[in-house]
Design a protein around this ligand. Structure first.
Ligand SMILES: [Zn+2]
Length: 363
């Protein structure tokens, strides 16, 4: 525990802003209906956490951009009363400084770059302190192909190449979680700086298009980036992946049918939508299988290129033994037990991401 406390610990991807937009909550108090709250981040020794502004794929660029601003406003409102304990930060140096002061630093990401074609959106991202942009969500859009949809551009459209260059200029990391394999290669080719995968695990261990194959993991590492393992059971374990596929067939029609009503009045609809998943649970998957993915990433990419992006509060269920951020010390113990040395664990827990973030700042 003292070793864990001494490490800078970062969770590279959570969907807290969407939960706050659906229903405001006091993150300073226990929130048993959610994964992330300050007491559990503290117990888990988490120093930094990325809050992703998630844009649902059906939203037009204009509407999506308005939604991003709403999510950001909901986040600011929730953090206001926590000043001095939890704060939005923008740089690697800020993250370290707030950790030294005993605070939890919140870094802002944008999940689904579709709205970036809206005039002024790129500049506004820089002003809001957005530090990475996940280029797509589950659907291919005007300028980038998604891994879980039909490709339309062979990776990036010309407008997408331009957006990668604009992100580089603004010190914002391109994030290839959710994109197609061709798009990963295309982004690596165009980007002047490192590229991250903020919440993707290893396809060699669980064959899901959301996970990365070994050759792409190696390419991201070669360019100096970091692959941050996602803890969603359906991306970790083949049986859970199969159960998730069947579950999606059952729940997707209802999700699509209620999407408009949900966007207009999230407070009235989020619970019934969440219940769909509770009614069709995945088989349990243990933390050890997540550790398998982290060790595989280390073997393929090297320990300097691996991190953790849990996807907490964006996933309907979590792993057994890694249910929420309070369990990070157990993950540290498991990584040490499985043979990683302390220096390597320290890199994976957060130092790798800090290094990559600082590199983006130096472009
Ligand atoms: Zn995601």
């Amino acid at each position: 525990m003292s070793f864990h406390d001494d490490c800078f610990v970062l969770d590279g991807h959570t969907d807290v802003p969407t939960r706050l937009w659906e229903a405001p909550a006091d993150l300073g108090a226990a929130q048993p209906d959610r994964h992330v709250d300050l007491p559990r981040l503290r117990r888990g020794g988490v120093d930094g956490v990325v809050f992703a502004l998630y844009i649902p794929p059906p939203l037009s660029p204009e509407r999506g951009w308005r939604h991003a601003l709403e999510l950001h406003a909901a986040t600011e409102r929730a953090l206001e009363p926590l000043a001095g304990r939890m704060e939005i930060v923008a740089t690697a140096e800020d993250l370290r400084r707030s950790a030294h002061r005993g605070m939890t630093g919140v870094l802002i990401g944008l999940e689904n770059g579709r709205p970036l074609t809206v005039p002024g959106a790129l500049d506004a991202c820089e002003k809001l302190g957005v530090r990475y942009v996940t280029l797509t969500h589950n659907a291919t859009h005007e300028w980038c192909d998604a891994g879980t949809d039909r490709p339309a551009h062979g990776g990036l459209a010309p407008a997408g190449e331009q957006i990668i260059r604009e992100l580089n200029k603004r010190r914002i990391l391109p994030d290839v979680s959710h994109t197609s394999d061709d798009a990963v290669l295309h982004v690596l080719d165009v980007s002047k700086g490192p590229v991250i995968a903020s919440h993707s695990s290893a396809r060699a261990l669980c064959d899901h298009p959301r996970n990365l194959p070994d050759p792409l993991i190696r390419e991201i590492a070669r360019k100096g980036g970091v692959v941050m393992a996602n803890s969603y059971p359906a991306f970790i374990d083949p049986a859970a992946r199969e159960a998730d596929r069947k579950r999606l067939d059952l729940v997707l029609p209802t999700l699509l049918a209620t999407e408009e009503a949900y966007m207009a009045d999230p407070g009235a609809h989020w619970q019934e939508r969440a219940q769909l998943f509770v009614d069709h649970p995945l088989p349990p998957v243990s933390r050890d299988r997540f550790v398998d993915h982290l060790l595989h990433l280390v073997n393929v990419a090297g320990e300097e290129h691996v991190g953790i992006g849990t996807d907490f509060d964006g996933i309907p269920e979590a792993l057994q033994g890694f249910e929420d951020p309070s369990r990070f010390p157990d993950l540290t113990a498991a990584l040490l037990e499985r043979g990683l040395d302390k220096a390597g664990v320290r890199l994976i827990l957060g130092e790798n991401f800090l290094r990559v973030l600082a590199q983006a700042e130096a472009i």
